[in-house]
Design a protein around this ligand. Structure first.
Ligand code: NAG
Ligand code: NAG
Length: 394
């Protein structure tokens, strides 16, 4: 029944596409997203909304309406037309409205959401994103958390993939990005998208939502809410290297995983973070965070930062050694998408093997990870960059 509704919407969408999709802006010589796309994505949001009902059925984790997806499969050569984007300001308002709706329907009762960003490179078959979702299904008590996941698609293909999976999706356009271009790590386009993300998260905080931000190359094995600091910490962040003291600003944070509560302090902090990109041009958000974490302004506004222990929130830089404690594992300290996929696949296998052990062995003598293998120091310098390797190194 819901599928039928979806197919009908899909049919309408197809017609929308007939009218063109991208708009060539002669002034800036770049594509800007238009209200046609907006209409399309809003329709998609509705599909996703109906999909949510399906999604909640326990026996159909990611029951796809494959027919919808394939009928809408995104053409690799976008259609250009010369129609003008008249209603830009209207679009802005609709975008905000749409964001509010997505947040509202995804949030826990206490207005907390889980946010990840997705781009084209991470959605291919057997990709990072598939592994990410798989971790939720094989993790302990992580599956129900998917209901609270909001996927921020950074390009149209990622948006379609997300919609087809019937997750909660939002499209975050970045002005001046040519989606047919390759967006390699640390290229201007890549940086633009990363900074857009910081600004977007500030917006989420301003709308009153707390969030866990997670990169999609982080595997969720246990419910992280059971291991966050429960005091009045405003901003908790995972680490590449954790020195043992959660309050020590010299810990090496990794922006790929953080739990941020919405309040005036965190909003001010995100404003400062975003603004600091001008002070440190050409730098990644994480490098800038390392530069501003000592800023006296943060003390003045009273922001409480804590660093998460890698015993729970680990990664390939510093693994969570004890599988009885591990909550998340990040494919950090890893260059190359193929290396990441290789080692994350093994990581998930390790976890499955651990789960299959008899209770007493699992509790008394848990095995350790057999990764990193291709990740870690060996991956730097050895790998040949792949196409669209955005986010390949973190
Ligand atoms: C966008 O990128 C593609 C591929 O590099 C290129 O062929 C095309 O001309 C670019 N379009 C614009 C408007 O810059
Ligand atoms: C929101 O609810 C979750 C689940 O009950 C809880 O673990 C988390 O700490 C709460 N977050 C806030 C900010 O209160």
């Amino acid at each position: 029944m819901y599928l039928d509704g979806g197919s009908k919407l899909g049919g309408q969408l197809l017609e929308e596409f007939g009218g063109g999709y991208y708009h060539l802006n002669p002034k800036h010589n770049q594509y800007s997203l238009c209200n046609n796309l907006l209409k399309a994505v809003l329709l998609f949001a509705m599909i996703t909304l109906t999909g949510l009902v399906l999604f909640r059925a326990p026996e159909s984790p990611f029951q796809l309406s494959r027919s919808i997806y394939s009928s809408l499969a995104f053409s690799s050569s976008p259609v250009y037309n010369s129609r003008s984007c008249a209603a830009d300001s209207v679009s802005k308002i609709s975008e905000e409205l749409w964001l509010k709706q997505v947040l509202e329907r995804s949030a826990m009762p206490n207005k907390t959401v889980i946010i990840t960003t997705l781009n084209e490179a991470w959605i291919e078959q057997d990709s990072i994103f598939d592994l990410f979702l798989e971790s939720f299904t094989i993790g302990k008590e992580t599956y129900p958390l998917l209901r609270h996941l909001v996927v921020i698609a950074l390009d149209p293909k990622a948006f379609y993939r997300c919609s087809a999976l019937q997750l909660n999706c939002y499209f975050l356009g970045t002005e001046g990005i040519n989606f047919s271009n390759e967006a390699h790590f640390m290229t201007p386009d890549y940086l633009k998208m990363m900074w857009r993300r910081i600004d977007f998260l500030r917006n989420v905080l301003e709308l009153g939502y707390n969030f866990v931000f997670t990169d999609a190359d982080i595997m969720w094995f246990r419910n992280p809410f059971l291991h966050f600091y429960t005091d009045d910490t405003d901003f908790q962040i995972a680490c590449d290297h954790f020195g043992g003291n959660p309050d020590d600003l010299n810990n090496a944070p990794n922006g790929g995983f953080k739990y941020v509560k919405s309040n005036s302090r965190t909003i001010e902090f995100y404003k400062l973070w975003y603004k600091s990109r001008e002070v440190f041009p050409g730098k990644h958000d994480q490098d800038v965070l390392n530069n501003i974490k000592h800023n006296p302004y943060l003390k003045r506004i009273g922001l409480k930062i804590k660093f998460l222990d890698t015993a729970f929130f680990g990664g390939f830089c510093q693994p969570s050694k004890d599988l009885n404690l591990v909550t998340t594992m990040h494919a950090n300290c890893c260059a190359g998408l193929d290396n990441k996929i290789n080692d994350l696949t093994i990581l998930l296998d390790d976890w499955q093997e651990y789960l299959a052990l008899p209770d007493h062995i699992r509790e008394d003598k848990p095995p350790s990870w057999s990764v990193p293998q291709k990740c870690g120091p060996a991956s730097f310098g050895s790998h040949t960059p792949r196409r669209k390797n955005i986010g390949g190194k973190r």
